[in-house]
Design a protein around this ligand. Sequence first.
Ligand code: PLP
Length: 451
Amino acid sequence: VMHGLSLERNPIEILETGRSISDIIDGKIRQLYLVGSEEPFYVVNLDNILERHLQWISLLPRVKPFYAVKCNNTTAVLKMLSALDTGFDCASKAEIELALSLGVKPDDIIYAHTTKPLSHIRYACAHRVNLMTFDNEEELLKISHVHPQAKLVIRIAVDDSKSMVRLSPKFGARLPTVRQLLGRAIELNLEVVGVSFHVGSGCTRSSAFRQAIEDARRVFDVASVLGFQMRLLDIGGGFSKIGDFQEKFKEFSEVINGSLDEFFPPVSGLEVIAEPGRYYVESAFTLAVNVIAKRVVVEDRANKCTDGAESCPERVMMYYINDGVYGSMSCITFDPLITSLQAVKKSEPRYCSVIWGPTCDSIDKITENYWIPELYVGDWLLVDNMGAYTVSVTTDFNSFEKAHIYTRCFYKNNKKILLFAGVNSSSFVFNMQVILIYSCCVLPYRQTFTD
Ligand code: PLP
């Protein structure tokens, strides 16, 4: 694995046994302090990705993962996954270009977008990326013009009503339209090799997979009557393993394995793939942000601290941190930020607080009515589980510096990777980030600001 990572091209620090991600964060904060900087940064624990992969192959042995690049396109992550022999789900020309530039073979890429620009399809053709999805007739026409040799996968709409982020309102052919679409593919002399679906990101019900696999079986049957010999089933993404999902992945795997065996018995010679994004990267990234400003306001309404700690109801603390909704945290608009405090004593007085991002827009709010001890300018907050839909979704709004990414993995003297569970693995809450008030090295800096 380490060989595949090609260390010359990826600035990855390999840790000696005994050092932890917390040590790295601590050291980084001290380094920044010495050079007078407070830039936000990520620490990436690559071992976490390896651990997830090992779980995947043990629980879903029939399903080859094609990692969804859109979820987090950090080079070291892609290299790691490529070294682990996953495939890649790319959604655009630039994502295909990135994967190819890292040495990924065209056959290990699925261009999984059903409404593609013509020029991107042309690019895929020129680079021998043949496998691609469609769900409408116009797409078939475009593909027949510029990539007639493509191996097509029909994406169907499925019940995603129990998922955090629904995708089927936008993508996927309805079952009653499938026969006509496949008929059109025949007229255009196009080859349709399989079926795909996506149950929605952050899927909460394993039954969604069972229903979708059964729906896919129906499409296979329709296709077979029309003369296609389909050989690929793509069960999409939607997996997670944090918070309430911790146990669910096992349950999902059992349901998926059972449904595959029922509707596509192994003797059918079917290739099964998936497009997991969130699953692989969600807990590998920890974000460190700095409190850059603070306002104390007095509010009329009576605020209540919910967990019984001593509270000071009249003052509302407004903290401004240097990353937010227009940066790494746009995901909180669909993944509500549920937080739990670490490193805070029960007895410490708490204040009703609002945490804002750095931009001049009031939408840029990370959380409110948040009862925490008083923070000071210069304090650091750590946000755990920040790997999915964070670094790949940042904008340039207000031109604030984007969080730098530092990649780490653990390495034993005997050159074997040591698995590491992550910074706060015992304290994940429902599906979301954990905010850790980084008290262990905050105090010396507080001194500096309050002196
Ligand atoms: N595949 C497709 C087509 C998607 O649109 C997405 C997410 O939007 C994914 C895969 C990855 O989904 P997840 O991160 O939920 O695994």
